[in-house]
Design a protein around this ligand. Structure first.
Ligand code: SF4
Length: 447
């Protein structure tokens, strides 16, 4: 089999980046070797996102941009969430696309390449179903994404995900544990459990015993040094999950808990299935597990119907929870969603003003949160070289990025770092990994 070059570009969430690892893993069996330069590629894959109009605009721009960079003989395939809902309309929207595939038929790519070569433009975007077990070619040899469930069975009024990813499909739990054990044996340091709504895992499994807290406990028991997970839904974050987090030091002290709005009126319009009071209670329970737990969130500003008073309630929740970080976005109407058909749209400049207000509030909260760690020692999984010379960076057990003096040989290893200021610190571990005498190491209460 002649070796051919494959170039993959990805937009969107961790699930999509992991899906790209499956695309490269699968195509390797068809003689494709991943390359970093688009000009070298025989096959170009764009794995797209549809969460906001902006993400789709970026893809359209990129398709135009590569026209003169790609080989004349190269084939361009566009897949992922944008392709799933646009299907063959993508051909008329952007020239140069040879085939289109969906979110649950990655396995079909080799056949689509052949058909595109023979027949010209071809699209295949079947209704999302099932769970594709394809070989994975991971980008990292110490950090691994593991998808535990595909799709989402919620119906948030602004969200296109259920349309493009289909209903919740949990993966067989024994397959997940097998994969974690294999990765642990291969020396992986961290696994991140992924799901559109990760803590809905098991809701579609009949036996009723298996749920997210069950899986998290079994994952922790494998002994893998670090476990993280994303993205949980506040309404599904139960006490059992918080107990498992409390009892297992190898689970990160971080929960990403999308709030979206702090107003009950807007939460109802959004169909989020929780109230601001319930959200505050859940965030409070997480802080009982660890007062320093890093709670991060997503917020949408300018959803149809959102008044100034509603928005003030969002700022108030930010003030109360003091998030470690916030991903804030202006409302972007998505095709075929209920919110896209709603009246009472918030003017663009008003959306921008609210976005700016959240970012300013967030800066204060992040700084206040980060200051709590000054003088403490945390454990960093080293990821790479920081911009500053002789500085490395990595995430600590609160999933905050830390910079410190070090060298490349530390990549993929844990190092203890004492924080001199927010997010920068000094190694307290000698090169051979032994820990210097340190009275100030942060020990999680109760473990
Ligand atoms: S839970 Fe998340 S993925 Fe599911 S519909 Fe709501 S916003 Fe979309």
């Amino acid at each position: 089999m002649d070796e051919k070059n494959l170039y993959v570009e990805t937009w969107g969430c961790q699930l999509n980046y992991h899906r790209s690892e499956k695309i490269t893993g699968h195509l390797r069996n068809y003689g494709y070797k991943p390359v970093e330069e688009i000009a070298e590629a025989d096959l170009i894959i764009f794995n797209t996102c549809a969460v906001r109009d902006k993400s789709e605009e970026k893809v359209r721009g990129r398709i135009g941009q590569i026209k003169n960079k790609r080989k004349d003989t190269s084939i361009l395939g566009v897949g992922g969430c944008m392709a799933q809902h646009l299907g063959e309309d993508l051909f008329s929207q952007s020239g140069g696309v040879d085939f289109v595939f969906g979110t649950s038929n990655l396995g079909e790519i080799p056949d689509l390449v052949n058909r595109a070569n023979q027949e010209g433009s071809v699209a295949s975007t079947p209704k999302p179903s099932g769970f594709e077990n394809l070989p994975v070619l991971r980008k990292s040899d110490y950090f691994a994404w593991i998808t535990i469930a595909e799709g989402c069975s919620n119906a948030c009024s602004y969200c296109i995900v259920p349309q493009v990813r289909g209903p919740l499909r949990s993966r067989p739990p024994e397959k997940i544990i097998e994969e974690v054990e294999q990765l642990s044996e291969n020396g992986y340091r961290e696994v991140q459990l992924l799901g559109q709504n990760v803590n809905a895992f098991g809701k579609d499994i009949e036996d009723g015993e298996v749920d997210f807290s069950w899986l998290l406990e079994r994952t922790a028991a494998t002994g893998i040094p670090r476990i993280s997970f994303t993205t949980p839904h506040p309404a599904d974050l139960d006490d059992e999950t918080l107990t498992v987090l409390n009892d297992n030091a190898n689970i990160v002290r971080h929960i990403h808990l999308p709030l979206q709005s702090g107003s009950n009126r807007v939460l109802e319009i959004m169909n989020r299935n929780y109230t601001r009071e319930e959200y505050l209670e859940i965030a409070g329970k997480a802080r009982e597990v660890d007062p320093l737990i890093n709670v991060t969130t997503d917020i949408i500003v300018g959803h149809p119907g959102e008044t100034e008073e509603d928005f003030r309630k969002t700022l108030d929740v930010i003030n109360q929870v003091k998030f470690g970080s916030i991903y804030v976005a202006q409302f972007s109407p998505r095709p075929k969603t209920r919110s896209a058909t709603m009246d009472d749209h918030v003017p663009e400049d008003e959306k921008k003003r609210r976005l700016k207000a959240v970012l300013e509030k967030q800066k204060e909260c992040s700084r206040e949160y980060d200051r709590k760690f000054v003088g403490k020692t945390v454990e960093v999984l080293v990821e790479g070289e920081a911009r500053e010379d002789n500085k490395m960076y990595g995430k600590n057990e609160f999933r905050k990025t830390i910079e410190f003096g070090g060298n490349k040989s530390m990549i993929g290893e844990f190092r203890k770092v004492r924080l001199k200021s927010e997010n920068t610190g000094r190694l307290v571990t000698t090169d051979d990994g032994s820990v210097k005498n340190d009275s100030d190491h942060y020990v999680k209460p109760g473990v």
